[in-house]
Every structure is written in C-alpha cells, then in structure tokens.
Design a protein around this ligand. Sequence first.
Ligand code: G
Ligand code: G
Ligand code: MN
Ligand code: NA
Length: 254
Amino acid sequence: LRIESALRNALERDEFVLHYQPQVDLQTGQIVGMEALLRWQHPELGMVPPARFISLAEETGLIVPIGAWVLRTACQQARALQDAGFPGLRMGVNLSARQFAQPELVSSIAAVLAETGLDPSLLELELTESLFMHDVAQGVNLLYELKSLGVALSIDDFGTGYSSLSYLRNFPIDVLKIDRSFVNDIATDADDAAIVVSVIALAHNLELRVIAEGVESEEQLEFLRRHGCDEFQGFYFSRPVEAAQLRQMLHEGK
Ligand code: G
Ligand code: G
Ligand code: MN
Ligand code: NA
C-alpha cells in the first residue's frame, strides 16, 4: 500500500528516469538504436525495479500517465540525438496493455511526434502478445492506425506468448525481438539454438528485422552473427544506461 501511494506521487515528484539499452547492428558493430527502460528512483525506497512496480501501475491504471511520460521523454531524447549528429537512431518504447486499451492512444502518440519533431519511422513501439488477448480484431485495427502514423512496430519477448504465428500473419509488424530466454542457452542447448535459427529465418522470410535480446557472451554473439540475426542488445555490449552515458558511447563510436 505504501508503494502504491508512493507510485501515485512519483510522476509529479519527478522520480522517474529512463535508461537506454543500446541495440547494435551485428554486421557493422555500430549502435543503431536503443530501448527506453523505465526506472523509479524513490528518495527513501531507493531504486525500485520495474518488476516491483510495472504490474502495480497496470492494475491501478497509473501506467497510462506514466506511459505517456515515458513516450514523451523517449521521443525528446531520440530527437535530441538526431540534433546532436547521430541520425537514424531508432528508439524502442514499451507499450503496456492498459495504454493499448486507451481510446486516445493514437492521437497522443501523434501529438508527441508533432511536439518533438521526431521522424515517426524512428519510433519503434514494442508490443507483447498479451496486448491482443482480449480483442484480437480490435487490436489489429489499432495496429493499422498506429502504422498510419509512420511508426515501426515490434513484437517483444517473441516466443513466450500465445499464438505467435497467427499474429505474424495478420499484424502489420516490422520487427521481432527474440526473448532472452531463448538466447540464453544458444551456445550450449541444441533445442534453443534450433529455435533461434528458425525464428531468424521466419522473420527474414516475412521481411521483418530481427533483434536478439539478452546477449551476454561472445559465443552467443558469434552464433547470432553466423545465423544472420540483424541486431542484438544485452549486457555483453551494455546494460541500460543513462542518457549521458549513451551519448558518451555514441561519441566514442563504441
Ligand atoms: O528494465 P528491466 O530493466 O528490469 O525491465 C523489466 C520489465 O519492465 C521488462 O519486461 C520491460 O518490458 C518492463 N518495462 C521497462 N520499462 C517499461 C516502460 O516504460 N513501460 C512498460 N510498459 N514496461 C516497461
Ligand atoms: O521485457 P523487455 O524485453 O522489455 O525487458 C528488458 C529487460 O531485460 C530489462 O529488464 C533489461 O534490464 C533486461 N536485460 C537487458 N539485457 C540483458 C541481458 O543481457 N541479460 C539479462 N539477464 N537481462 C537483460
Ligand atoms: Mn522491451
Ligand atoms: Na523482452
């Protein structure tokens, strides 16, 4: 309960911050994008991890104003990076089910794009399969409306949800993000390796980009490169970092 009332005040007290995890092109080794990840720095509770407050924010509906803040802040940051001489960097933003159910979702995203002047194609909205559990037909319509803004859509945690394959057939998506639970053992587990190779082929046959999540070792990286995966993110390259640190990495051409 204490955490719930603290969460209610967190936005106005400016306690949220975004960290950014670089996404790297497997062929060139260059940073080509980043995923925005929400952090809550409470003055007494300290750093509250997302696992402890995202579901609470969902249940209470607080995720809607928090999600709006995330979107605006991430788009401002993405625009600032373009202006600082790093063109073409994509920004991934996680959308929650509750946001997805908001009638004003599309217009609020359009407003943020207009306000920040960010090229819409640089915004990549990360969706999970759970968003579509209630009303698939309505979900598909909404995806087409989002696409009409010019943004990119990715399926996050791919492989962990339901009916992934029928979604791939019907949804106007651009990117698959392979869940880190599959990436974890690719160097040692033949089944996981086979799944990852197949998902990369599936994505490419559907003309989707594919991003591997949770890459922690050179072996995993080599495996993904050998099998033609497009991009990766993970602790091997970098943890999610503050905006200033991301800029530093970009300047160093890391
Ligand atoms: O950030 P990790 O760093 O611990 O994130 C844990 C979980 O929280 C992930 O599943 C991630 O998708 C989710 N998450 C992080 N930031 C956001 C956000 O801005 N919005 C939503 N809806 N989920 C987020
Ligand atoms: O569900 P989503 O993909 O949005 O969650 C991203 C989460 O994965 C964040 O909590 C982020 O901190 C975490 N993460 C990013 N890279 C790695 C990694 O290499 N290993 C592990 N274990 N977690 C990672
Ligand atoms: Mn994500
Ligand atoms: Na994920």
